[in-house]
Design a binder for this molecule. Sequence first.
Ligand SMILES: Cc1ncc(COP(=O)(O)O)c(C=O)c1O
Length: 428
Amino acid sequence: MSKIVFKLIEKEKVRQVTGLEMIPSENYVSSGVLSALGSILTNKYSEGFPGRRYYGGNEVIDEIENYAADLAKKLFEVPVALVQPYSGSPANMATTMAVCQPGETVLGLALSSGGHLTHGANLSFSSIFYKAVNYTVGPDWKINFEEMKELALKHKPKLIWAGTTAYPYKLDYKKFREVADLVGAYLVADISHISGLIVGGVHSSPVNDVDIITTTTHKTLRGPRGAMIMVTDRGLKKDPDLRSKLEKAIIPGLQGGPHNHQTAAIAIALEEAATPKFKKYAEQVVKNAKVLAEELGTKSENHLILLSLTDYGYGMGYQGQYALETAGITVNKNTIPGEPVSPFYPSGIRLGTPALTSRGMKEADMIKISKWIKLALEETRGNETPKEKELRAEHIKNFKREIVKNKNLQRIRNEVKKFASKFPVPGI
Ligand SMILES: Cc1ncc(COP(=O)(O)O)c(C=O)c1O
């Protein structure tokens, strides 16, 4: 056994136990999920699909993959579930490959408005190999469906993405459907962030309104890193070949052998997500986010909060992230809609409640945490990002070096440590 690696794993364990993990796309998996991930299933090659493998010796793997897919079909009420995508981005790439020829048009929410890279952002495959068009959010930070409709009519996309990665509001899938119907596009819901909320009944399901659903399995769904692609009844009606098109896009299109240990872990996460306990968990995630958002002076209808730091100064995302990190609170810097500075020096942070809720934290705990967040952010004042672009990198480097010495943040760090350590971490 490698002493070096296991020592580092122990070190990371301490970080996860003593800090407050508030990146909204992260969570803690159960010991069942961890055991499957660390199992001998990783030893096996299984290119192909159950009953149709390229290699021998896959009779048990077939049972595992069929079991995982059946659980997904039941939970999300879909006729087809593919559980092999390695992660969310490859799932979205396979989906795009399945329904678009290179050069055809995809329409997705802009990165700067809370969309995901794979939905048509610069530098992503989705704009390199396809023609990407982006809709945005309006001044109220909500999706501008009028603009989306105009863009759809103008560019006639083959695929429309309905999915978000930094968006604190609920999605109305019917509105996306209306636009997709105008141009005959495939409508794909990427529910990566909210799949656990959908299963838990605290966000509406896209199943009746979209053709395909993609999701990561490691966010609110609380499974291993991985992803699934599902086809709805509506999708099969539109295109009876969707299943085989998606399968072909996964392999040989994009991947080789599936990660069988990951598939087994997905099955365990889906078993857990089907329980009444998980429903309660999802409800609590949303309740916690609502309280936390209100305490921070904003709103959330799901599991995440997008917080503008413009009140603290110019381009304060980095500074906010680093100050909070020093205090033991992990969040990520994020652009805000209409970003006034730059995507590289954004003006906000993104935070959420899925991981804290997995540790059993409730509304009163959110109030306590919001106080620490506000106190920590106060420490960033006077450290604005320079207006001169060439000075910015050096400024942030200096800020990062100095902020770890801040006594007020160190005091909060100690309080956070004491507080967090009282809440057990699943799987640890
Ligand atoms: C909406 C959405 N789709 C796809 C992904 C990509 O997932 P992965 O990081 O597993 O590639 C993410 C990840 O943050 C996401 O938020």
